[in-house]
Write a protein that binds this ligand. Sequence first.
Ligand code: SF4
Length: 874
Amino acid sequence: AVDDGITWQKGVCRFCGTGCGLQVGTRDGRVVATKGDPDAPVNRGLNCVKGYFNAKILYGKDRLTKPLLRKKNGKFDKTGRFEPVSWEEAFDVMAGELMRVYREKGPAGVSIIGSGQYTIPEAYCASKFIKGGLRSNNIDPNARMCMASAVVGFYQTFGVDEPANNYEDIEKSDVMLLWGNNPAEAHPVLWSRMTNRKLTHKPTKIVSLTTHLHSSSNLSDLTIVFKPNTDLAIANFLIREIIRRDVVDHDFVSKHCVFSTGPTDIGYGLRNTDKWSRPAERDTLERQLRVKLDRWEAAAQGKKVGEVVEQKNAGGPAGNHWAITFEDFKRSVEPYTIDFVTELAKGDQEESADTFRRKLAELADLVCDRTRNIMSYWCMGVNQHQRGVWMNELIYDIHLLLGKHAQPGNGAFSLTGQPSACGSAREVGAFCHRLPADMLVANEAHREKTEKIWSIPKGTLNPKVGASVMEILRGLEDSSIDFLWMQVVNVMQSAPNNTHWTEATRRPGSFVVVSDIYPTYSARAADLILPAAGHFEKWGLYGNGERRTQAWPQVVKAPGEARTDVWMMMELAKRIRIADTWGELPLKGVPGDKLPSVLDEAQKMGIKPDATLFDVLYAPTGGRAEAVWPDPKYPNRSNATGEALGLAYFPEKALFNEYRQFTVGNGHDLADFDTYQSDACRGLLWPVVDGKETPYRFNTAFDPYAKEEKLFYGPLMKAMPTGNLSGVTDKEQKAYPGRAKIFARPYAAPVEQPDAEYDLWLTTGRILEHWHTGSMTRRVPELHRAAPEALLYMNPQDAEKRGMKRGDLAEVTSRYGTCRAKVETQVRQKMPKGSVWMAFFDERAMVNSVVIDATDPISLEPDYKKTAVKVRKA
Ligand code: SF4
């Protein structure tokens, strides 16, 4: 449509995982405005304050428009200053450095950190480049830092990733439990829908389970402030009440679930690092792996106080857990009485034990009311958690026991932080352990299927799980990884304990590349900066938090010499020959192990020995040849990637349609590129079967893959040892792969807690006005003025005790670093005594230099919510 000289076309918001649809207005080759798309089912015309500025994030004054390389005396030099260079020179140096490292260290020495902000074609292109081309699995997205615990929770419980429900449940539920999340700031449009439901449907109750008061708890009907990490105990208390009050849906549970437990070392080929090179972190890891049980843990786990428990992640295979009986499970929750949990979890010293106990009882009444529809929502509070996987599993336990999951208005829904953490990072498999559509690098059949679709020789893919984000950063520091490309990510600012990793970028011998639209904190730490095309300057697809795949067309051209990330990967691929990467290679860390040569096999397939990675991975041949440019479906449009390649080719379409082959027929079905791009389409919830989306998975009324005898059909659903199971027939035992798992998971203390010296908890998070590290939103004047700096939210009495008041500058110190921020005691976040809170968008404050880099031992996701700090007046 055209009005006032502005042409409006559909788009998708660049920010959170809500995935709001936009109308994007262009005039004279610029995006001049965006507005909420009234036809979008997610947001129905609404946007939040960030969403309205999708246009302005493209036009900050310091937009990168030329490659910049550190040089001295006319040549690349790590100690040099950034100088503009041609793309030719940038790629020559980059390819030279990549192959120098590759020759020295093999596939284990090179890495990519990607993003949940990748478009789907970008994530697929990157994964294919490093896994298929370089035979390395060292690619991991920043989704590791926000969603990994959710992913493992999904895999272990259902054998397949991502939520079963959808956003329409907001309008169908009577109770919404917010587990440690603050949607008013992090998912504002969903929060508008939740509050609208509350105002228009009187029985609705919103419950905020939180460590401090915030914008969402202000409007909640019941707010329970708990001590950090004790959400584990509250979940166990609810499970105990569900059993005690006998509101278990025995029919559903006996048909579709199995009770389970296991060691803490379960991970889908993930493993903890042995690369802890510094005493502080080594100490942290040891504390994480060998926990001396305090009185709470001992009581919760039925063990002795002071007993040392090994919590090692040994990299066990999927399904490394075992069935237990319902009676065993029931015993596991017996310690979690209302008195025990009140004493353990009460988080506000000002509140009486009686009040807390009454609130817990009220919560249990709501959850156990069989007449109410109940939804659980969570995000970083549960995932960025040293027992994040356990917390995910415990929330599923509650819904599965009640038989209230995957139904309209009933379900456990893990929200997503980034716009395409689901669609790109997870579904495409841009993790170090994953392949597309829920497949795993450690699984031979999955590798073979991938090699077939990629038309590369059998045996090309590396079976060894790669390095996760934190392992890549530690590898950069200890020199086991010397090449890192950060794409669509500002990880040097967003990683915990980040001073180490930033310093590591300057270590001689390493080569660090950043592709971005602005000179972020990470870019300034790099050796080579590549100017990237922005959101509406390229063709893209995102997958939001409810499995909705949405697409937008390129509507403007990128400024200067900025180019798409897909083009950058393809151009680099032209400079690397298979002769250098498909021969026999060392597999570091496995003595004597080699990755065998696949060059003979390649020749048998007709691949010439001098072929480049572009030729074998991306060239418009085979099925990819159908993606031509100009494409009659898209008249009068540009295609930045194909045009820069100089080919009559539409790479994003080719990449997406190739990726789609992984999804069709396995419960993950996507439609084709043109369907999503069509003007009428506002996204579809996968699996899309016979052109129809699936609003609820694991529900025979909606999901063509769900069968009554095998409701939970996840491809990674493993059978478990069955000897310990009672009350289930042999026939039913054989149906385990179709049963969701209900896990017994105890309370466990975090690796560090406030003590005499570091006497406060520090929690970090996002605020409404800024997106993640602020690299885009801080360049929007209106958003910058609204929230110019990160503040230290503090209880007024804690501030006064330290001689401070609102507006004073405070210094926050942990065992890992120090930062400064102004104190705020009155608005937005209201902290209980003993806790402080900061947002991470502000690179000047840089709160992540203070945050502990301990992770969940199963998911390897860092915990940004529990650092012990001390605060004084600066
Ligand atoms: Fe919607 Fe999130 Fe974008 Fe706001 S930031 S408009 S809630 S997608």
